[in-house]
Design a protein around this ligand. Structure first.
Ligand code: CAA
Length: 396
């Protein structure tokens, strides 16, 4: 293999859930000034999963268009990154195997480290492709961010899945080899096996995130990373979009660059358009930021973009990618905008009802009525097993 054969993101598609709760509606319940949400944390709305949606159905909806465009012939590995795992044993990606009719000659595995594992999956995928450039890897990052009712974190929920096809000579983004890493064993956000919502110390988590920006950037620079001036923008993990602004402030300081708040706002603005209305999607959030940048501008060919991935607990990584000229022809901008626009707004009472009825644990047969607008749905649970079906045009 030639040493400089580029490897990176060949295709990217995302899906979100079918319902949406706006922060204006949330503020009627919490009594908060809506400006706290819109300006203070930079969130306008959050995707809420319907009763028949989960990380598997969203991931299938994200991946199906990628499979339709490229086929499955070269995909030998599926990496599924999630914080919202549905099973302690079986990888969520194995359910996709039947829903997407993937070949049997494929390895499927699930990865976990809070919001970071989508980046681990991307880097592992790049290494597999570098070893055998004929192979492609399907990376999925799918999550439902859920905090306790009436907690400060509740305003930073959301749901989405991203599918990325990683290959040699990619059509969208070539990954640059230098990466900067930072790990710190810290209790800022975590979710014990017996809980369906995260435990979080909000202020500590924001401080830990900013410390990780410094740590990952220092390592990135020590390993021959690009200077900040050469990066067109930086896509950050966005637990709420205002965090990206704070992170970029931190990064410019760490890089010794003086930058006005206005300049930071305008650098970051193209990265937040999807996340501000979808909310936190943990592992998918960083790649929704990338989708927003690419979908929002088709003149970025040859530009280099920085990426900062943060997963509480904590692991972080800084890396960069070069946008491939001609990428504009391969975007899914219309589909992405439609998946956001078609969500049905719900009021707080409807949101509460969904939260108060988790999947039964009794091992019995429970059917779930159809609510989703997606092509895949969780139709029931029986004998402790989730049952899925294809319901859209792909069922033919
Ligand atoms: N108008 C404009 N701004 C207002 C306002 C108003 N009327 N009222 C408040 N604000 C501002 C505040 O000044 C504050 O801004 P600064 O942070 O710049 O000071 C902002 O709105 C938020 O206000 P509070 O700090 O009072 O908000 P809070 O304590 O209720 O909750 C939070 C904020 C701690 C982030 C909470 O949402 C939370 O716990 N979220 C979950 C944890 C999280 O997302 N952590 C991020 C880092 S960890 C990570 O990235 C991993 C992950 O995905 C979870």
């Amino acid at each position: 293999m030639p040493p400089d054969l580029p490897v990176g993101i060949h295709d990217l598609s995302f899906a979100t859930s079918s319902l949406v709760l706006t922060h204006t509606e949330l503020s009627k319940h919490t009594g908060a000034n809506v400006a706290k949400y819109h300006t203070g944390i930079g969130q306008k709305a959050m995707s809420v999963p319907a009763a028949d949606e989960d990380i598997v159905t969203m991931a299938a909806d994200a991946a199906a268009p990628v499979i339709t465009r490229h086929g499955t012939g070269r995909i030998r590995t599926l990496l599924f990154a999630t914080e919202t795992s549905i099973d302690q044993s079986k990888a969520a990606g194995v359910y996709l195997h039947s829903l997407l009719r993937l070949p049997s000659a494929i390895r499927v595995v699930e990865l976990k480290q809070a919001c970071y594992s989508g980046t681990a999956a991307l880097q592992f995928a790049a290494a597999l492709v570098a070893r055998n450039p004929e192979e492609q890897v399907l990376v999925l990052a799918s999550d439902i961010a859920s905090y306790d009712l009436d907690s400060p974190g509740e305003a930073t929920q959301g749901a989405a899945a991203v599918a990325m096809l990683v290959s040699a000579k990619p059509a969208l983004v070539e990954l640059c080899p230098a990466t900067g890493l930072h790990t710190d064993d810290i209790a800022d956000f975590w979710r014990p096996n017996y809980r369906s919502t995260a435990v979080v110390d909000g202020k500590k988590s924001a401080a830990a995130y900013l410390a990780a920006v410094d740590g990952a950037w220092r390592d990135y620079q020590a390993r021959g990373g690009l200077p900040l001036e050469q990066l067109r923008t930086v896509c950050y993990h966005q637990p709420f979009t205002r965090m990206a602004f704070k992170a970029h402030q931190q990064l410019t300081n760490a890089a010794g660059i003086k930058s006005s708040n206005k300049a930071i706002e305008s650098t970051i603005a193209p990265t937040t358009r999807y996340n501000e209305t979808i909310g936190n999607s943990y592992t998918a959030s960083l790649y929704l930021a990338l989708a927003a940048v690419l979908d929002g501008n088709d003149t970025l060919g040859e530009e280099t973009i920085g990426f900062f991935s943060y997963g509480s607990g904590s692991v972080a990584e800084f890396f960069a990618g070069r946008v491939v000229p001609g990428y504009g022809d391969r975007l899914r901008t219309r589909a992405h905008r439609e998946t956001i626009a078609r969500r049905r707004p719900i009021d707080y009472a409807a949101y509460l009802k969904l939260r108060e009825h988790p999947l039964p644990h009794d091992g019995g047969m429970h059917l779930i009525p159809r609510q989703t607008q997606g092509n895949f749905r969780l139709c029931g649970i029986s004998n402790h097993q989730r049952l899925y079906e294809v319901v859209g045009p792909l069922s033919a």
